[in-house]
Design a protein around this ligand. Structure first.
Ligand SMILES: NC(=O)c1ccc[n+]([C@@H]2O[C@H](COP(=O)([O-])OP(=O)(O)OC[C@H]3O[C@@H](n4cnc5c(N)ncnc54)[C@H](O)[C@@H]3O)[C@@H](O)[C@H]2O)c1
Length: 305
């Protein structure tokens, strides 16, 4: 998980990592498929199975517009929900704007919102103070990290009553009778309440297995006691193994084309820093790159004029 990967880098920085490690979490075939597409599939399933909520016209707030948030938003938007985003990062916020979502602070909309979905990897993104101000019948759930994103502990106070209405669904009842529906006690909604597409799991599992094989087969000394990213060629191999499912036929580079692009005909086909665009968004690094080029050109033009 993301937290495990942070811990690995901390160990490595402190010189305490005693074996080479592969960070599969940041490989393209993990991030774009497990985080983005898996959540795009399972967010609707998780909400429907637990609450039977109708999506059309509902005011939904997705906290965090990273890979998971982007996947959730794409699915919710497709069913006609009115989706707003909260973000701390101006680049992801700008992506959300360009994808047609309103970027808001949770406090500004908290009294109107029907459903809150957290996808930040952070802690206490929804606080007790905010839960106090939500309207009757609103739903709160988490698609991000573990059980830290919603401050569930703050709801276990004597003045609030908890009523378990069915498995993974609790009504938290305020003294005035207001009910907020909490799903999976703040744990991951899709892992607790819906199925997860096995095809996506296959991609993640293949990535993990290939990382192990790479570490095992590598010649002595290639990998030191540090954290590495999966070689791009392996990422491409994971993807190509899964293409057969769709009867997809890849185009092969001609000798002339390979020479023109400066590529090996068998890959890797992209430089290491290339991070691939998502369905509905530009990627982070690509965006920084484009924005910095735009600024550089502006400065140049200003200088000339
Ligand atoms: N449910 C699942 O099946 C599933 C699958 C993959 C990953 N995850 C988990 O989901 C989390 C997010 O993963 P990701 O790949 O989208 O990460 P990400 O880093 O791409 O996205 C997280 C986003 O949240 C934003 N953010 C951080 N704190 C915030 C705050 N207080 N308010 C608003 N936005 C905030 C960040 O700026 C970032 O853009 C991770 O914890 C990851 O482990 C869940």
């Amino acid at each position: 998980s993301a937290m495990f990967q942070v811990w690995l880098y901390q160990l490595s920085k402190a010189g305490k990592l005693c074996v080479p490690a592969m960070n599969v979490n940041d490989s393209v075939t993990k991030q774009k498929f497990d985080n983005l597409y898996c959540c795009r599939e399972s967010i609707l399933d998780g909400l429907k199975r637990t609450t039977d909520v109708m999506f059309g016209g509902k005011q939904m707030v997705v906290c965090g517009y990273g890979e998971v948030g982007k996947g959730c938003c794409a699915a919710l938007k497709a069913l006609g929900a009115v989706v707003s985003i909260t973000e701390i990062d101006p680049i992801c916020a700008l992506q959300a704007c360009m994808d047609g979502f309103r970027v808001v602070k949770l406090n500004e909309v908290i009294r109107q919102v029907d459903v809150i979905i957290t996808c930040t990897g952070n802690k206490n993104v929804v606080t007790r103070d905010q839960l106090d101000r939500m309207k009757n019948g609103s739903i709160v759930c988490n698609m991000g990290h573990s059980n830290t994103e919603i401050d569930v502990a703050s709801l276990r106070t004597p003045e609030l009553t908890w009523e378990r209405v069915r498995s993974q669904v609790d009504h938290v009842i305020w003294p005035d009778g207001k009910r907020v529906i909490l799903l999976a006690e703040g744990r991951l909604l899709n892992l607790s309440c819906s199925t997860v597409p096995t095809f996506v799991l296959s991609i993640t599992a293949t990535t993990q297995a290939l990382a192990l094989i790479e570490l095992y087969n590598a010649p002595e000394g290639r990998y030191k006691q540090d954290v590495y990213l999966l070689p791009k060629k392996m990422d491409e191999y994971v993807a190509s193994l899964h293409l057969t499912t769709f009867d997809a036929h890849l185009t092969e580079l001609s000798d002339e084309q390979a020479k023109y692009l400066g590529l090996n005909k068998n890959g890797p086909f992209k430089p290491n820093y290339y991070r691939y665009n998502s369905v509905i968004c530009c990627n982070y690094e690509t965006k920084i790159y484009k924005i910095s080029i735009a600024i550089a050109v502006d400065i140049l033009l200003l200088g000339i004029s």
